[in-house]
Structures are given as structure tokens and as C-alpha cells.
Design a protein around this ligand. Structure first.
Ligand SMILES: [Zn+2]
Length: 310
């Protein structure tokens, strides 16, 4: 989330109220929860026993934005403000970025790829120290930042359509559609894979997300042309408050035109989260994970065909 423009404040307030998070709290929680099932047996018991924590803390990075100023930039990267990075279409180190762009510029236009890589280092170290608290904290944070990196609108300065008169599209894409259609998403994404080059994988994800920005915006424009203002929006009550939001009819049409994009980005975020957790654990020397320190959840591990053996 970034502060929305004040232009047309009343309209925006209504559209932004339910969407105070990247991917929406709902989807972030599902990403962390679902990623657990892609882990190998040596990790599965520990992560399954911690799935409540990983789910509940999937949105901590968004909450931190209200108390830590530096936190905001960790959730996105405005590639349109980094022409050299955009032109390269491959790994761009933080060292190279700081040589080209000022610290202020990086804080303003985002650092999510480097944040993911930094959190991987922290998670690997936590595994080496067998520090349960830190393993869980960095696992939960990592899932969040990876989720953000898979959202196309997190890779552009036009993050809420505010530059193209499409205010509210951020929440439409990453909150409204998953909330409406999540039950139809197949979310078993296969077993976690080891990432030989996390930097390559992270930057590939960023450029994939950015390549989808134009379609995300263009399809909203086209569906908007089909519907009157009255049919485009509806009023819903959330927490006892009337909230103006995109109508179900609009969402259905937009979702069709997205052609599974939202569920595919969600699936890739789940898979990539599991891949990163697994890679950090392997790089730390495959330490034994001690479930005893964690309060067990009542439900046991998933079905046998969902267990991953590496
Ligand atoms: Zn975020």
C-alpha cells in the first residue's frame, strides 16, 4: 500500500478502504499457508505446526509501514523510474543501483527485489542458528514480499491507476478478484525446488510482473466502456461502513478478460515462497527443525500425494 492521491478524495476513500494491503490481507495469508504444503518432509512438520503463525503474520510487513518509515519502499519497485534496470531485463545488484540512483530515489521508487534477497540471507542465517523465532519471522516476511513482487501494479508508479484515471484498480486486481474467485483457484503448485540463483529468479519475477501492467490497465479500461457508472460500482457494507466498490458484474467481466492472470500470479507467488524457504534451508546445511518449541496446530499434515520428497 502507498498513500493514494488526494485528487477526488471522497471517491478514492471509498475505493481504497477495503484495500489497505498489497494483495489484500486475504491473499497474503493464503500464500503463506499454501506454500507450506510444497515443502519436503524434513521441513513440512515444522512449517505445518507453525502454519497459524505464518498465516497470521503474513501481513506484518504491511502493518509495519505505519511505524517504520523505511518499510514502505520494500513492497514495490517503480521500474518506470529505473530506466537502466528496466532496459537490462536481468539481475541488477543493489550495489549497482546505489551507484546510479540516490538513496532518496531508491526509498521513493522501491526496493522489493533487494528486500527479498536480503530476507533470504536473514532466513538462511536463522536456520544456521536454529533460531525458531527468527525462522518463523523471516519466513512470514519473505512470503509477503514475494507476494508483492508478483503483483504487476507493484512494479509501476501508476500503482493505483491514478495516472490514467483508473483509481481503485490496485484493490480490484489484488483484493476484490481473489476474494470473489479464490474458491475456483487450483492452488496445489507442486514441490519446492532449489533455486541455484535466487537473484536470477527474483528479477525474472519482477520483469514478468511488469510485462503484465499494460494488460491489467487496458482490460479495466475496456470493461469500463461496457458499463454505466451505476453498473460498474456497488455499495457494500464492511465493518458496518458503506463502501463503494467494483460491482460483481464488473469483476466477473474483468476477471474473464484477465484470463486467469490473478490466479496464475497467486500460484507463482506460492511456489516461489516455498522455493525460497527450501533454498534457504538447504543453503544453511539442512538443519533439523525443532517443532517442540511451537504450539502444535490441531490438524495434521496434508494428504500423502501432497507431500514432497527431495
Ligand atoms: Zn506489502
Amino acid at each position: 500500500m502507498r498513500p493514494y492521491t488526494t485528487k477526488g478524495a471522497y471517491f478514492l476513500l471509498l475505493l481504497s478502504i477495503p484495500f489497505l494491503s498489497s494483495w489484500g490481507f486475504f491473499a497474503h495469508k493464503r500464500i503463506n499457508y499454501q506454500a507450506v504444503f510444497s515443502l519436503p518432509p524434513e521441513m513440512l512438520r515444522f512449517y505445518k505446526g507453525s502454519s497459524l503463525f505464518l498465516t497470521e503474520h503474513a501481513v506484518d510487513p504491511d502493518k509495519r509501514r505505519y511505524i517504520v518509515i523505511e518499510e514502505a519502499a520494500r513492497h514495490y519497485i517503480d521500474l518506470d523510474h529505473y530506466p537502466e534496470i528496466k532496459a537490462r531485463q536481468s539481475v541488477f545488484s543493489y550495489y549497482e543501483a546505489t551507484a546510479l540512483y540516490s538513496e532518496d530515489s531508491l526509498k521513493k521508487h522501491g526496493t522489493v527485489p533487494w528486500t527479498i534477497l536480503l530476507n533470504m540471507k536473514k532466513l538462511e542465517q536463522a536456520f544456521k542458528e536454529q533460531n525458531t523465532e527468527r525462522i518463523l519471522k523471516y519466513s512470514a516476511d519473505l512470503g509477503h514480499y514475494i507476494g508483492d513482487a508478483h503483483v504487476p501494479l507493484h512494479t509501476t508508479s501508476n500503482y493505483n491507476g491514478q495516472l490514467t484515471n483508473q483509481q481503485g484498480i490496485h484493490g480490484l486486481w489484488e483484493s476484490r478478484l481473489p476474494e470473489l474467485f479464490y474458491d475456483h483457484y487450483p492452488l496445489w503448485v507442486g514441490c519446492a525446488n532449489y533455486l541455484a540463483s535466487p537473484a536470477d529468479s527474483v528479477w525474472k519475477c519482477i520483469f514478468e510482473s511488469h510485462a503484465l501492467v499494460e494488460k491489467v490497465l487496458e482490460e479495466e479500461r475496456l470493461v469500463s466502456l461496457q458499463l454505466t457508472e451505476r453498473k460498474k460500482y456497488t455499495i457494500e457494507h464492511r465493518n458496518g461502513m458503506p463502501v463503494k466498490t467494483y460491482s460483481t458484474l464488473f469483476c466477473k467481466r474483468y476477471n474473464e478478460r484477465m484470463d486467469h492472470m490473478v490466479e496464475e500470479r497467486l500460484q507463482k507467488a506460492i511456489k516461489f515462497t516455498a522455493d525460497c524457504w527450501y533454498t534457504c534451508w538447504v543453503n544453511a546445511g539442512r538443519p533439523e527443525l525443532l517443532l517442540e518449541k511451537i504450539e502444535k496446530e490441531k490438524d495434521e499434515a496434508g494428504s500423502a500425494d501432497e507431500n514432497c520428497i527431495h
